[in-house]
Write a protein that binds this ligand. Structure first.
Ligand SMILES: [Zn+2]
Length: 96
């Protein structure tokens, strides 16, 4: 199956998904927001955001890392977009 790169419209996370050609766009694995398919670019650009997480080997470590990163991410989003927008578009990020 082909691989596709997506970017989240809500939090800006980029990620790679393997699915059939006509499958619908997946939701963001980070915040559940809507995503858009990206045109393929050199891997180094797209992997930029995922790279820091790749060193966490197990699911538990990954989950712990997310728990640590989510409040920071939310804070950043609130600063950029405002409290109301974040609460409406990314309720899974919690209240921080
Ligand atoms: Zn997202």
């Amino acid at each position: 199956m082909p691989r596709y790169d997506y970017r989240c419209s809500v939090c800006g996370m980029t990620f790679e998904v393997q699915h059939s050609f006509d499958a619908p766009a997946p939701l963001c694995p980070s915040c559940g927001g809507a995503t858009k398919r990206l045109i393929r670019r050199p891997a180094s650009m797209l992997r930029g955001m995922a790279a820091p997480l790749s060193k966490y080997a197990t699911k538990e470590e990954l989950r712990a890392k997310w728990a640590e990163e989510t409040p920071k991410l939310r804070k950043k989003l609130v600063e950029k977009l405002g409290e109301d927008v974040v609460r409406r578009n990314a309720p899974t990020l919690g209240e921080g």
